[in-house]
Design a protein around this ligand. Sequence first.
Ligand SMILES: Cc1ncc(COP(=O)(O)O)c(C=O)c1O
Length: 414
Amino acid sequence: MWWENSFLRNKNGRLHLAGRPASAVAARHGTPLYVYGREAVQDKYRALGAAFGAAPAGSRLRICYAMKANALPAILKLLRREGAWVDAVSPGEVEAALEAGFPPDRILFTGTSVGVEDFRRLLAHPGLTINIDALEQLDLLAQARRRIRSRRPVRLSVRWNPGLGRGFNPKVVTAGRQTQDGTPIKFGVEDRLVLDAFRRASALGFETVGLHQHLGSGWVREDLPTVKAAVLKMLAKARELQRAGFFLEFLDFGGGFGPKYFPGQRLFPLRTYAAFLSRSLERSGLSIPYVLIEPGKYLVGEAGVLLLRVAYVKKSYGFRFACVNGGTFNSVPRPAIYLQATHAVLNCDRLEDGPRVRVTVAGNLCETGDVFGKNVLMAPPRTGDILAVLGAGAYCRSMASNFNLRPIPREILI
Ligand SMILES: Cc1ncc(COP(=O)(O)O)c(C=O)c1O
């Protein structure tokens, strides 16, 4: 089946999670329940390393896990042991990464609308690299440093907005002037101000170490040309900075690699991208010790499912609803937030059971948009069936709320 991997298997028509029947896991731990596969996360991490292999010529690769995708401590620890760095976007994430054993010098902080109070919290952890998102942040960082009377060096990089971005939905296109639906893009330092940001940072006594960009999220094959164009822009900008006398320890190309969410999806060609990055870096003549990437979704997306139990099946105006014991906002909010986001739903014990019917998998929240999937083809669901929502490893638990005062499901890593 298109979704099978080291975590998800179809054995005799029953979904197995890391070798155990999903319905047995549900019976043992209850539903709704997030289940993540240790091996699947490891596999993805290693596959990414292999894709980049010798790629960044003359540079070494650092994979910084974008922990906003899923901050389960056991997943953070697992990736730490694999050798990952962390990309954190709030002081809370930095503190969770430290708690999971990441030393500050393996944490890159990239925040937006970061104020003095946030910077004070960050400066408590010397060694951290702070990626600023606006020139205005530099003075606030300097203020925070004065307030705590710190003379310790501060490692600083600049997130720039290269003027072009790419993502599966306008809400997650994070570079460019404005999204397709007209939202001005708030992230990064505009092209013409990047050099000023480096000059100002070094005048304030910060150690300027890198340049960063992040174009957006959920890339597929069609995104490759834009992504390549952005690589070239980044290298040109790095050259300009080096000419102006700034040594760059790293270039950070951000995250964005999409996981597999649906059959027939044209996946982003990681190896082609990595080879292009390597060649371009080599041709640029730049000497950059480290190349960074910041995958979130790619590492954990396919490594998680949400298990739900069918409370009852209802028919209304010709539609068949499987009414389940969980709500999207509380567990898999992506389809409710991003209209294009889809998650496959399986009837765990009846993967190959006879004729299939179209089902709307409806959650238990007071909201019409609270559906895990529309027109999902599956064996006719019955009360008590266990359903699995796939692709629930990334941006699901981390974006879940207590809407309707429904609880957020428990999580297990197996
Ligand atoms: C700065 C930054 N880096 C990395 C990521 C991770 O993106 P993805 O999960 O698509 O790889 C994000 C996502 O929003 C981000 O804002």
